[in-house]
Design a protein around this ligand. Structure first.
Ligand SMILES: [Zn+2]
Ligand SMILES: [Zn+2]
Length: 339
């Protein structure tokens, strides 16, 4: 659910959530990583009538499109489960496991007779799991004996937990400012979800460099800002981003107050340095002019500008960068000539 307090024709009420009103969103996620594959908003009751199997059945089948016949197993909660859905998914080459509401019509009596007691009575349905007991991985705190649950319960908890965690991570990280438009709230939610997806990819691809979700987000913002700044300063970008700046426009770099700031590491490495945007560019250009090609030239700095976020030597590059329209030329005439 995307939290939303204001008036909206398709706002829903959910007493189980900390924020009880919102816009309902259905998520289709990878159960191991939590990566969201599909998101669908609930825009109120549909005008096109549902199939004979019902709107929830149609929704699941729509979410699964492209994933049939490949040996996937779909885990879902009791909102979606029905014997008809599970049977049809099985026929289409997709296993299914989930909790079940027995008051739904079409549930056979023999299913209602088999239930599992947790803190309350739980019904589960599956086309692939067994009901035989298996250790769940926890031990009873008093006796120290391993706790056993039906295998289906263990598997269900394992894979549905991933979805809850991803939902939780988005709710912690999402931009929660009071905005007046519901669609802005939805867009921020989608951006948060996309960022979480990127983070989950990062985690999967670089398991040796762990990074917290919030650190990842901060780094992402820094890099996005940097790429915009690069597009605005000469000699930094080959591909212009956004609209081209006109000569009459004031250059951000030459306005206001800018101070040097230490570049802070986000991972294990503490002392981060980056190539200075002034001397390293000027030095590379000089080397190129005499026919030498090098990947690295000039100095690396552990300082950057707190506003521009460009890496700069404190002396003299910082001042040149912030006082000259063409700071590369300024560096060449003032520093290189003296060499
Ligand atoms: Zn420099
Ligand atoms: Zn600056």
């Amino acid at each position: 659910m995307v939290p939303w307090q204001g008036n909206l024709s398709f706002r829903v009420y959910n007493p189980d959530k900390p924020k009880k009103y919102g816009i309902k969103a259905y998520m289709f996620c990878d159960a191991v990583t939590g990566y969201c594959l599909r998101l669908k908003l609930y825009p109120g009751k549909s005008e096109t009538p549902a199939s004979a199997n019902g709107a929830t059945y149609d929704l699941v089948m729509d979410m699964m499109r492209g994933y049939f016949g490949q040996g996937y197993i779909l885990y879902m909660d009791n909102y979606y489960s029905s014997p008809q859905l599970y049977t049809d998914l099985f026929v289409l080459g997709c296993g299914a496991t989930g909790t079940l509401r027995v008051n739904r019509k079409g549930i056979p009596q023999r299913i209602k007779d088999k239930k599992y007691h947790d803190r309350k009575v739980v019904y589960l349905l599956s086309t692939i799991e067994e009901a035989a007991k298996a250790p769940c991985g926890r031990v009873a705190p008093r006796t120290g004996t391993p706790i056993e649950n039906p295998a289906i319960v263990n598997v269900y908890n394992k894979y549905m937990g991933g979805i809850d965690r991803s939902d939780q991570m988005v709710s912690y990280a999402t931009f929660n400012a009071r905005t007046l438009k519901w669609w802005k709230r939805v867009i921020f939610h989608v951006i948060s979800l996309a960022t979480l997806n990127a983070y989950l990819c990062y985690k999967t691809l670089t398991p040796r460099k762990p990074m917290l979700h919030r650190v990842f987000r901060k780094q992402l913002v820094t890099e996005l800002v940097q790429s915009v700044n690069r597009a605005c300063v000469p000699g930094m970008s080959t591909k212009p981003v956004g609209r081209p700046s006109t000569a009459a426009e004031p250059i951000m770099r030459l306005q206001g107050q800018h101070f040097p700031m230490k570049i802070v590491g986000t991972g294990i490495k503490k002392n981060i340095t980056r190539a200075c945007v002034v001397c390293s560019v000027a030095e590379r250009q000089r080397l190129e002019s005499i026919g030498e090609k090098r990947k690295r030239a000039g100095k690396e700095s552990s300082y950057q500008c707190d506003k521009c976020l460009s890496a700069l030597c404190v002396d003299p590059c910082f001042k040149l960068f912030h006082t000259h329209k063409d700071y590369i030329a300024a560096y060449k005439t003032r520093v290189m000539v003296n060499k």
